[in-house]
Design a protein around this ligand. Sequence first.
Ligand code: B12
Ligand code: SF4
Ligand code: SF4
Length: 401
Amino acid sequence: MNQASNPSQPKLSGKTLADQIKIWGQELGFADIGISDTDLSNYEVQYFNWIGENFHGEMDYMQRHGTKRTRPNELEPGTSSIISVRLNYFDNDAEQATQQLHNPEKAYVSRYALGKDYHKLIRKRLQALADKIHAVCDNFHYRAFTDSAPVLERPIAEKAGLGFIGKNSLIIHPRAGSWFFLGEIYTNLQLPADETFHKQGCGPCTACMDECPTQAIVANTVIDARRCISYLTIEYKGSIPTELRPLMGNRIYGCDDCQLVCPWNRFTQPTAETAFKDQQHLDSASLIDLWSWSEPQFMKNLEGSPIRRIGYAQWNRNLAIAMGNAKAENLLLETFITHLKSKLGKISLLVDEHIEWAIMQLTTRVAANSSQTETTRPGHIEKDSNISIKPYVVKKYYLPK
Ligand code: B12
Ligand code: SF4
Ligand code: SF4
C-alpha cells in the first residue's frame, strides 16, 4: 500500500472527508463516487458457484486467488473502506450500434473499445484522487484498481450505491444506465459507507436474457462466459466452437447486446472523455477494410487501444467468422471469399481453420442464393438449414439519440 501525508493541509476525517472525496472525484471527471465497507460475504457463495460451474472458462486468473477476491483484507491487509468510482464511456457521436450490427459489410466493435484503453486513464485518475486525499490525511494507506487485480468490482459498486446488479450482471444506475467502467481505491481510512442498492431494478423485464445472441445469460445475474461473445472474441484464444460461430454475427470485438436492449440505457450519460471517442472510425468500419490490415498496420492503427491486446491472429480469427456469417447478395459473399482466400496459410493454423469454415459457410450461401426461385421475395435471405440459428430479431434498442 502506498502511504503519504502533507503537514501543511488541514486534516479531514469521517463524513467531512467522505464528502470531500466525492467532490474531488467529480472534479476529476468520475460520474459517481461511493463508499462501501469490506464485507462481501453476501456475494461469496455466488462467486464460488460461478467458478464451480466453470462459467469462467479458460480465464484462469478468475480462480487463481482463492478468497482474496471476496475478502478485500486478504488482498490488502488493513483495508477498512473501499472508494468505488464509475466513469462513463459511451460516445454519443459514434455511429449507431444498430447501423453496424445489421449491415453485413460492416464489423461491430463494442462501444467501450472505440477509443483508448481505459485501464491507464482510470488508474491515473484514481492516483490523482489518492494524492488529494493524502494531502489532508495522516497515515493514509491505499491501493487503486480497475479491472487489474482480484477485486469483485460489481458487488463493491452495488454496496457503494453506484447502481444495482441487473439481470445482465452489469451495474446499472437508474439515472445513468450501464455504459461505464468501474474502479476502486482500497484504503485503511474508516469512512462512512453509502447506502447499498438493495433492490434489483429489472422488475419483470428479461430483454437482455431473451436477446443475448448466444443465450449466455443462464440465470438472473449469471453469465456463462464460455458462451458470451465478449469472452469468445477477447479472452478466448482457441478455436471457437462451431455451434457458436453463426450466432456471433459480425461482432468482432466484445458484445453490447445486453446493454443495447436494456431500457435503463435510455438514461445513458455520454462520455466527456476525448480519450474514449472513436479513434480509427471503428464505429463504422467495414469488414474488408479491417481484413486488409497487415500486422504492422494492425499494431499502428490500434496503438493505445484495448483491442491490440488480442493480437493479430485472434483479430483475424474474429474477422473471418464475421465474414462467414454475412447474409447478403452473392456479389458481396463472393468478394468475401476472395479476400478470405488471400490470407490462407499466411497467419496461423488457427486462423486458417476459421477461414476455411467461413469460406464453407459463404459457398453454401452463394449456392442457396443462386438456386432461389423467382417467387422469392427480393432481398429476402434464407437461413442456413444445417445450423440452428436463434432468429435474432431486435425488438427495440434504447440508445440515447
Ligand atoms: C471476468 C469479466 C468478464 C467476463 C465474465 C462476465 C461476468 N459477468 O462475470 C466476460 C469476458 C464475459 C466479460 C464481459 C463483459 N464485461 Co467484464 N469483467 C470481468 C471482470 C474481470 C470480473 C467479473 C467477475 O468477477 N465475474 C464473476 C461473477 C460471478 O461476478 P459478478 O458478475 O460480479 O457477480 C456477482 C453478482 O452478480 C452477485 N450475484 C450473482 N447472483 C446473485 C444472487 C444474489 C441473491 C446475490 C445477493 C448476489 C448475486 O454475486 C456475484 C459474485 O459474487 C470484471 C472486472 C472485475 N475485476 O470485477 C469486468 C467487468 C465486470 N466487465 C465490464 C464490462 C464493461 C464488460 C462488457 C460490457 C464488455 C463488452 N462490451 O464486451 C461485457 C459484458 C458481458 C456481461 N453481461 O457480463 C465492466 C462492467 C461495468 C458495469 N457497468 O458493470 C467491469 C466491471 C470492468 C470495469 N472495471 O469496468 N467480463
Ligand atoms: S455481452 Fe453479448 S453474448 Fe455476452 S451476455 Fe451480453 S448479450 Fe450475451
Ligand atoms: S434488459 Fe431488462 S432484465 Fe436485463 S438488465 Fe436491463 S432491465 Fe434488467
